[in-house]
Design a protein around this ligand. Structure first.
Ligand SMILES: NC(=O)c1ccc[n+]([C@@H]2O[C@H](COP(=O)([O-])OP(=O)(O)OC[C@H]3O[C@@H](n4cnc5c(N)ncnc54)[C@H](O)[C@@H]3O)[C@@H](O)[C@H]2O)c1
Ligand SMILES: N[C@H](CO)Cc1c[nH]c[nH+]1
Ligand SMILES: [Zn+2]
Length: 439
């Protein structure tokens, strides 16, 4: 059993340490390892991609490009009930994201001065679908549906190939991709896939923006390429899964334990936290976690994640809310006697699951919300993935002669205040011309 942390007894430094992310440990060596992978892909292109597939994914020769024939052969293996479930999830995700379509706006700020805000789809997007430890067709929907709705011209999907062959991309991934109209698919994963999307190789043309979650290598690579002007923009740091459950004595311990385990099974560096004002509930959840863990096929992975899980006892629910806001979880599940009241008090969770009938699995797969979410505490300022992320916004302004007369003098005054005479001249010349026409 993991020991229970009594929050009130910790110093500020101990509280901060108790909320540290395991995936961020040893970040210096992670950063240099990933930098070397990116450097090698930039220097050696496809050859580097094949070498890393051999090293990390155990593949002797990776074709890199998924052929139409292999795709059809894999799709033929799809089970009907899985096809139906993917379609249900697709429909719900599409409904929720279609409601987010941006509207262009036009405002006349002064008479004769028109300002517009327009949105246009980003032309080329790269979607990273994790596949190291489990293929995630649900992530194809989370990224592919908004890319399709936005109307991105080129949608590229990369995913690590299953063993023993590069063509072993799960049929569910391929069917979800087909629903989203994605035809350009590459059998690569990890930091090397991110480098290929950001800089291009002989087989893969570079994209403008990279989307998608992944393990610590993938997430670090996304952050590195986004800091290079020649690289690519990214959606957000969406690393190893995290869930914080805030529950009181009214919660169902078996449900809470199942919710914690559902994220612990993602990977050894996932993090799951229970915060409660009830020590009885914490004891009951710990017992349930041990009982349910033993029955899981992925118990070794979940056990590794549980080794850095936390059970935090707070003095009351107000303190539980404060701990939750300080941690800024990717996912927050609330199971208390006053859920709706508490929801208003959270200011940093990326996605919130309210009440005993709302497991995180609902949002992971099929409620319609997006499961690509910021981790590592970034949700304090970074939002969950939405349709807007697939657009670029830009402004358009147009002044008529009257508009120039109306705001020109103020522009000249402001330019003079900034000692930027050339700025002022660009307006003075026009005002002079207007005055001469008038005269
Ligand atoms: N935050 C989110 O929105 C979100 C959503 C879904 C999944 N996730 C997370 O995505 C992650 C998926 O991880 P995964 O590992 O299963 O798949 P992945 O596709 O992210 O990573 C697999 C790749 O990692 C590379 N790799 C493995 N070991 C390496 C090493 N030692 N050095 C360098 N590269 C190495 C390999 O190239 C491999 O192909 C999980 O942590 C899961 O929690 C997050
Ligand atoms: N919980 C993950 C996001 O952290 C998303 C996911 C996909 N499949 C199952 N779960
Ligand atoms: Zn999940």
């Amino acid at each position: 059993m993991t020991s229970v942390i009594n929050w009130a007894s910790l110093s500020a430094a101990q509280q901060q340490a108790a909320l540290a992310r395991p995936a961020l440990a040893d970040s210096a060596s992670l950063s240099s390892q990933v930098a070397e992978i990116i450097r090698s892909v930039r220097a050696n292109g496809d050859a580097a991609l094949r070498a890393y597939s051999r090293q990390f994914d155990g593949l002797d020769s990776n074709p890199l490009v998924l052929s139409a024939a292999v795709k059809q052969a894999q799709l033929a293996k799809l089970l009907p009930e899985r096809k139906a479930a993917i379609e249900l999830a697709y429909d719900n995700i599409r409904k929720f994201h279609a409601a987010q379509l941006p509207c262009d706006i036009e405002v006349e700020t002064s008479i004769g001065v028109s300002c517009q805000l327009k949105s246009r789809a980003i032309a080329a997007v790269g979607l990273y679908i994790p596949g190291g430890s489990a293929p995630l067709p649900s992530t194809v929907l989370m990224l592919g549906v908004p890319a399709q709705l936005a109307g991105c011209e080129r949608i590229v999907l990369v995913t690590p190939p299953g063993k023993p062959q590069a063509c072993d991309i799960a049929p569910e991934i391929l069917y979800a991709a087909e629903l989203c109209g994605i035809n350009e698919i590459y059998t690569i994963g990890g930091a090397q896939a991110i480098a290929a999307l950001a800089y291009g190789t002989d087989s893969i043309a570079k994209v403008d923006k990279i989307f998608g979650p992944g393990n610590r290598y993938v997430t670090e690579a996304k952050q590195q390429v986004s800091q290079d002007a020649q690289g690519a923009q990214i959606d957000m740091p969406a690393g190893p899964s995290e869930v914080l459950v805030l529950a009181d004595s009214s919660a169902n311990a078996a449900f809470v334990a199942a919710d914690l385990l559902s994220q612990a099974e993602h990977g050894p560096d996932s993090q799951v936290i229970l915060v409660s004002d009830s020590s009885n509930l914490i004891d009951a959840v710990q017992a349930e976690v041990n009982r349910q863990l033993a029955l899981l096929p992925r118990k070794d992975i979940a056990a590794a994640a549980l080794s850095h899980s936390r059970y935090i006892l707070t003095a009351d629910l107000a303190q539980a809310v404060a701990v939750t806001n300080a941690y800024a979880p990717e996912h927050l599940i609330v199971q208390t006697a006053c859920d709706d009241e508490l929801v208003e008090q959270f200011n940093s969770a990326a996605s919130i699951f309210v009440g005993k009938w709302t497991p995180e699995s609902a949002g992971d797969y099929a409620s319609g919300t997006n499961h690509v979410l910021p981790t590592y505490g970034y949700s304090k300022t970074v939002s969950s993935l939405s349709l807007a992320d697939f657009y670029r916004r830009f402004t358009v302004q147009k002044l008529s002669a009257q508009g120039m007369r109306n705001i020109g003098p103020a522009i000249v005054t402001l330019a003079q205040a900034e000692s930027l005479d050339a700025h002022a001249n660009a307006v003075r010349l026009r005002l002079a011309e207007l005055n001469s026409i008038k005269g």
